[in-house]
Design a protein. Structure first.
Length: 347
């Protein structure tokens, strides 16, 4: 007897991840709790679970950088630059541990991926990059030119906002992909490797760590499927879904040479304080689950090594990372690149 996909169970997982665990910043205790919950649920489904730990860089002690502003006024240019670089190295050398959770029952023909963490409501990377690079350039120029530093002191304030506590979203839409995967694991026991990626909002380290352990089979990234209309970024597989664009997870897998596609939904993908389960579309989530079941059924009927071409989406956002990988000697990337070029000529 075929086991049905139950949307109610998906929302039970969402309630656990969003209301009980709450916001899940990459590398945080809450993210570890989400990983433990996913591990527990996969084991309940009779799957073999592995936890892959990795570390990634995250800025810390940013207020210490302000100490370099009086140093730049009082010390000679070479010493001022040395103080700045030492403090900058200290701030950027912070390493945080996170984890990926992998679950399967044996050899896989398809990998289904979703994220564990939730995103910050405010993002400051442009300010950090602008502030760090401007101050460094300024202090280097002082080695060769004589000019006062005090008119440029406001530059030291650019990185300051990122040092304040950043609010993270409850991440219901972020968690929707993982919740769907947990429900699919109850139904599908063969041919699928389920993966929950840690710290995907803050770093690509989790995806890079997966490169060492994933089988070279197509990857479907289930990314924020609680919006208005379900979309598919990839070649037509007869799923009758609206064409969309690859999400961040999909782009990262493509850049590593994996044949990858993205299942997502339309709507503003914003990390807001009110991103809660009741704001998600049950119809879209159900459509995501049923579409993935249809996709799994298609792959179950394919030979051991399904054709990768069907998962390649042509476009500069994919061809450029593939070109870089091909130049590094990646046979997989070169093969996928040739497929993209053939598709481009057809169009």
């Amino acid at each position: 007897m075929e086991v049905p996909f139950e949307t109610k169970r998906v929302f039970e997982h969402l309630d656990k991840l969003v209301y009980e665990i709450g916001p899940r910043p990459g590398g945080s205790k809450a993210e570890r709790e989400a990983a433990a919950y996913a591990e527990q649920e996969f084991k309940k489904c009779g799957l073999k679970v592995r936890v892959q730990r990795f570390r990634f860089f995250r800025p810390r002690f940013l207020p210490l950088l302000l100490l370099s502003s009086p140093a730049s006024l009082l010390l000679r240019p070479a010493l001022a630059l040395a103080v700045w670089l030492a403090l900058l190295l200290l701030a950027l050398s912070g390493r945080i541990e996170s984890q990926n959770v992998l679950a399967d029952s044996g050899e896989a023909k398809l990998v289904l991926v979703a994220q564990l963490d939730s995103g910050p409501c405010r993002k400051f990377p442009p300010f950090l990059a602008l502030g760090f690079s401007s101050i460094t350039l300024l202090l280097i120029l002082r080695l060769f030119l004589e000019f006062p530093v005090w008119p440029f002191l406001p530059l030291w304030l650019l990185p300051l906002p990122a040092s304040f506590r950043t609010e993270f979203s409850p991440g219901a839409n972020d968690a929707s992909g993982l919740a769907v995967l947990l429900e699919l694991a109850r139904i599908v026991k063969k041919d699928i490797l389920f993966v929950a990626v840690g710290s995907s909002e803050l770093s690509s380290s989790g995806v890079r760590a997966l490169k060492k352990v994933l089988p070279r089979v197509p990857v479907v990234c289930v990314e924020r499927v609680g919006g208005k209309t379900l979309t598919w970024a990839g070649q037509d597989l007869g799923l009758q879904l609206k064409k969309g664009v690859p999400g961040n997870l999909c782009k990262r897998f493509l850049s590593l040479g994996f044949a990858s596609s993205s299942l997502s939904s339309e709507g503003p993908h914003l990390d807001t304080p009110d991103d809660l389960p009741e704001r998600l579309s049950a119809e879209t989530i159900e459509s995501a689950g049923l579409s993935l079941l249809e996709l799994v059924d298609k792959f179950a009927k394919l030979p051991k090594e399904p054709p990768e071409e069907i998962f390649v989406e042509a476009g500069p956002h994919i061809t450029e990372p593939l070109v870089r990988e091909a130049k590094r000697g990646s046979d997989k990337a070169e093969k996928l690149l040739k497929t993209v070029q053939i598709e481009n000529r057809r169009k």
